[in-house]
Ligand binder design. Structure first.
Ligand code: ADP
Length: 186
């Protein structure tokens, strides 16, 4: 079987994490969630964690070079050989270009991009209801994260437009999962 290299993208609250986990299980490839990796670093109090804590709490993006390095190291691990699901990366044009370069260098197959489409109003509601107690889930920070998405991450979709699969992100978890599976034809 050839590799299955996926990016799962969408605004905060679109359900990327939930869907990435389901897909990872179904396809037997790892979910690589930069948000989770960064939150773990913050929780551990590591040097990286200390560097990014305040930025994350404000709902802003951590510097490109920081996340690019994290992803590069993670993708080099053995479990990524059959493929991977990137969840929350790339979030800027620079990150997208860095990913393309590093996949090219490693002679890996091109990524396919699944974008979950959900209107802003629904996103706000979902994040507030999620009640995970995440440090960046206050109403003000949600507004910042949505704005950052619009300004910095939405243009990445345009960068990948020839490989973009847009999926309606409204419905039950199972329904959305079926839509994605159908779209990527696995
Ligand atoms: P959500 O999609 O709900 O905003 P994530 O868990 O993906 O949540 O990300 C949480 C935070 O982690 C972001 O607001 C940002 O500060 C940081 N982060 C995660 N991934 C990236 C990335 N690729 N580039 C820059 N910052 C990131």
């Amino acid at each position: 079987m050839s590799e299955l290299n996926l990016i799962l993208t969408g605004p905060p609250g679109a359900g990327k994490g939930t869907q990435a986990k389901l897909l990872a299980k179904r396809l037997g490839i790892p979910q690589i969630a930069t948000g989770d990796i960064l939150r773990e670093a913050v929780a551990s109090g590591s040097e990286l964690g200390q560097r990014v804590k305040a930025i994350m709490e404000r709902g802003e993006l951590v510097p490109d070079e920081v996340v690019i390095e994290i992803v590069e190291e993670r993708l080099a691990r053995e479990d990524c050989v059959p493929g991977f699901i990137l969840d929350g990366f790339p979030r800027t044009r620079e990150q997208a270009e860095a990913l393309e370069r590093l996949l090219g260098r490693a002679r890996r197959e091109a990524v396919r991009v699944v974008s979950l489409v959900v209107p802003d109003q629904v996103l706000r509601q979902r994040i507030l209801e999620r009640g995970q107690g995440r440090a960046d889930d206050s109403e003000e920070t949600i507004a910042t994260r949505l704005e950052v998405y619009r300004q910095q991450t939405a243009p990445v979709l345009d960068y990948f437009r020839s490989r973009l699969l847009e999926i309606d992100g409204i419905g039950s978890v199972g329904e959305i999962n079926s839509r994605i599976v159908e779209a990527i034809e696995v």
